[in-house]
Design a protein around this ligand. Structure first.
Ligand code: GLC
Length: 787
């Protein structure tokens, strides 16, 4: 192919001095064409203009556009054929108005007050500075952005001390430095702690260097790639995609939490989930009949092990046809669900995208008639095999198809299903190699594959929300792209019953939290393989502190229910599940905080302590905060003592109230009966007495647990009906509870909102004051003293 001469002329002069530039040297010196892969660079700036909200910069071979979204968010798009539709699956905010910029012969500069973007003209390079003029991140001077064919790569500076966190569901270390990743949503059967890619795409990372923070979100649904200095002698980091534009949002806020807040402002935050979905969930592939589902549910009640959700995996359907029930094994779905409801259970059922090819099957007939399925370029319907056999795949990118899909859920909502589990939506087809010529309307699969899971979940969420008439649907998905939190919770797919997966699960959950996805779970116990009793017990204890707490197992594995592990283990499992229920007032308030701010419920220590070396140490990188006040140190099933990094301050062991001074690594006992969990001194944690499900009224006492500390602390307690959208109209109960360690005073702010708390008494439980005393107060307390 021909390399255009002027593109060579615009490679930065330093290229000629760099040893890796040998390939270019003779060509550039000769200034002639040569045969190699078509490599182009944007070239020099020719023209600058303002259109709508964008500043458009025309270069020899490309056009760059810049938009300001907020003082800390600037978007850059570098393209050779910009699509005027400018669609995003992720972003929900519009850019701000006109951009003011300074123009000099060499450089354009855009100031937002908090962030400055300097754009060099010859050649085109982008560099972002903070308000003090210190460089946060920018293009690699030598290479900037280049295309090889349709594939583009943006080579970026790499600072000596730079670390990277993010990218969501990715294996490997918390610090991504030295690793590289691909985003290509994949049915990652039997994935290992090193596999890449997995099911989801979140092309967003946070860079940390020189005490500074920045974020970058590459909004592009083609196969994309990120390299954090893996094979370049740490001379640069780079990102790119197989097609589309270099289209990124740069976040310049200081502090990881502020960047996450900005990123979730841009791409949306989760709604309040239904309260029942935060209880314990029992799943299996599959409970084979209504009889079996009911037996399992009854056993929870008989053994007094709390639980809220039962699941039906693919076998509830007639021949795996979506939106059908098997007449023989699930003859009366409504009767089954009514009985579950009477026991305080909700039912979640699975749906896959593949629609079985079978005349007379409603979704097949309608989909074919209306042209709702993906095709080959010649218009022939694409066929792939999944559970039902030969299937067509809905084109969820079309609003009309999502609407049709959403309405079909009446087959599930009418008998009373409350949760909708979206699986196989990478999309998966046996052989795992759907050809790139599969087409959705005017888009081929390689362009939009990574957003298929989002668009399916969106159809499910919008449809079921309408059908449930004011109640919150619970939607769960396996495949996802940035922004999924607006529609669905996620889980990390088919993990394995090993200790390595137990620990990897913590990193996956924590990393999903960095990219704005708070409602996350893993298959507790491991999907494939059989856990040892010790692994099951340990993993269950970790489930207490996982945003979604779901026990799930693959077909043909041993039964996994809490009573399947012997009486002794059943007791431990039961106690841990009870602990989850005791903590629900704290967990629900933490979800509210996340709904408001986008900050995750389970979060890596790197959010609060981004420049603390020990946070990234492989020995401690799996630790996380659960809500603001609880630190969880995961131990595997063999460890009975572990090293824990406790950040500065005082801590209390949750299980024993033993006080420990932080700022160091400590050795902690880790019996199977007591996962190492620590409470921050000064913490306020609202709890309740054990209930068997969230449907149970309980004893009406809200327990406010307070641990002694220093200075003053507070906690925003939040409650609503847990079930409807009335909270959006002010039907919530919210108050700030404050603790002053000097005076011992605990104060309650006036109640905000119109909801009446389901607790009619408040009990104060003090920890670390020498003695534990309980105070019970009726009628709206405002102040207590614990000294
Ligand atoms: C996929 C899912 C798994 C489910 C199974 C059967 O492997 O990831 O959770 O149980 O399909 O539907």
């Amino acid at each position: 192919m021909i390399l255009p001469t002027d593109s060579l002329m615009n490679i930065h002069p330093t290229l000629y001095r760099h040893p890796t530039a040998d390939l270019y040297k003779p060509m550039a010196l000769a200034g002639v064409v040569c045969t190699m892969m078509d490599t182009t660079v944007p070239g020099n700036v020719h023209k600058i203009s303002q259109q709508h909200n964008a500043l458009t910069i025309t270069t020899q071979h490309a056009e760059a556009r810049v938009w300001i979204y907020s003082p800390t968010i600037i978007r850059v798009n570098v393209s050779r054929h910009f699509d005027a539709q400018d669609h995003s699956f992720a972003v929900i905010q519009p850019p701000q108005g006109n951009i003011r910029y300074d123009d000099s012969p060499d450089e354009l500069s855009i100031h937002t007050g908090e962030l400055e973007l300097r754009i060099s003209k010859s050649p085109l390079r982008f560099n972002f500075y903070n308000a003090d003029g210190i460089l946060l991140s920018g293009d690699d001077e030598r290479f900037g952005t280049m295309w090889q064919g349709e594939k583009f790569t943006n080579y970026r500076k790499l600072f000596k001390d730079e670390r990277f966190i993010g990218l969501g569901e990715k294996t490997g270390n918390l610090d991504r430095r030295g690793s590289n990743y691909v985003n290509w949503n994949t049915d990652a059967v039997d994935y290992t702690p090193k596999s890449d890619p997995l099911y989801k795409t979140f092309p967003f990372y946070i860079g940390l260097h020189s005490g500074l923070t920045y974020g970058l979100f590459l909004d592009n649904t083609h196969r994309s790639f990120f390299d954090f200095g893996a094979s370049t002698d740490h001379s640069m980091h780079w990102l790119g995609a197989d097609g589309g534009d270099l289209n990124y949002y740069f976040f310049g806020a200081q502090g990881v939490a502020n960047i996450i807040q900005d990123q979730t402002w841009l791409t949306g935050r989760m709604e309040m989930p239904p309260l029942w979905s935060l209880g314990y969930q029992q799943c299996r592939w599959s409970y084979m009949s209504a009889k079996e589902v009911l037996e399992v549910a009854r056993n929870f009640r008989k053994l007094k092990i709390p639980a809220d959700a039962m699941y039906c995996d693919i076998d509830y359907m007639d021949g795996f046809k979506i939106f059908t029930w098997n007449n023989e094994t699930f003859p009366e779905p409504k009767a089954m669900i009514d009985e579950l409801t009477a026991m305080g259970f909700k039912l979640v059922t699975i749906v896959d995208p593949g629609i079985k090819i079978e005349d007379g099957y409603k979704q097949y007939d309608e989909g074919v008639k209306k042209g709702y399925f993906a095709t080959y370029p010649d218009g022939e319907l694409y066929i792939g095999e999944v559970w039902p056999g030969r299937c067509h795949f809905p084109d969820f990118y079309k609003a009309e198809v999502r609407d049709w899909w959403g309405k079909s859920f009446d087959a599930l909502t009418e008998p009373g299903v409350a949760g909708f589990w979206n699986d196989m939506n990478e999309p998966a087809a046996w052989g795992q190699n759907i050809p790139g010529i599969m087409r959705f309307g005017d888009k081929y699969m390689p362009e939009v594959r990574n957003a298929y899971g989002n668009e399916m979940s969106r159809g499910t969420y919008e449809g079921t929300k309408a059908l449930l008439k004011g109640k919150r649907p619970f939607v769960l998905t396996r495949a996802a792209y940035t922004g999924i939190q607006r529609y669905s919770a996620v889980w990390t797919g088919d993990n394995t019953a090993t200790d390595a997966h137990l620990l990897l699960g913590c990193r996956l959950v924590n990393s999903l939290g960095i990219v704005g996805v708070s409602y996350v779970g893993v298959d507790i116990g491991g999907f494939s393989g059989n856990p040892t009793p010790e692994l099951m017990v340990r993993w269950n204890s970790l489930g207490v502190y996982t945003p979604m707490f779901r026990n799930h197992a693959m077909a043909a594995t041993v039964m996994r229910e809490p009573w399947a592990w012997g009486k002794q283990n059943e007791k431990i499992i039961k106690k841990d599940i009870e602990q989850r229920y005791k903590l629900l007032p704290y967990i629900y308030s933490s979800f509210y905080r996340s709904h408001q701010t986008g900050l995750p419920v389970a979060r890596t220590l790197a959010i609060d302590l981004p420049f603390d070396e020990l946070v990234y140490d492989e020995a401690y990188q799996n630790q996380f905060f659960f809500g603001d006040n609880i630190l969880v140190a995961p131990a595997d099933s063999h460890q009975r003592e572990i090293d824990v990094y406790l950040p500065a301050g005082d801590w209390y062991r949750f299980g024993t109230d033993e006080k420990i001074t932080g700022g160091d690594v400590i050795s902690a006992d880790a019996p199977l009966t007591d996962l190492p969990v620590f409470i921050r001194a000064g913490a306020i944690i609202p709890m309740q007495s054990i209930v068997q499900s969230t449907a149970e009224q309980g004893d009406g006492i809200l327990q406010i647990h307070v641990w002694n500390g220093e200075g003053s602390t507070d906690f925003v307690y939040y409650e609503d009906d847990g079930d409807t959208y009335a909270y959006e109209q002010g039907a919530y109960y919210k108050r700030t509870i404050s603790f002053n360690a000097e005076t011992g005073n605990i104060t309650f702010s006036a109640v905000e909102g119109t909801f009446t708390s389901r607790f009619d008494r408040i009990m104060i439980v003090s920890h670390g004051f020498g003695k534990t005393e309980d105070w019970i107060c009726y009628n709206e307390p405002t102040e207590f003293t614990v000294r």
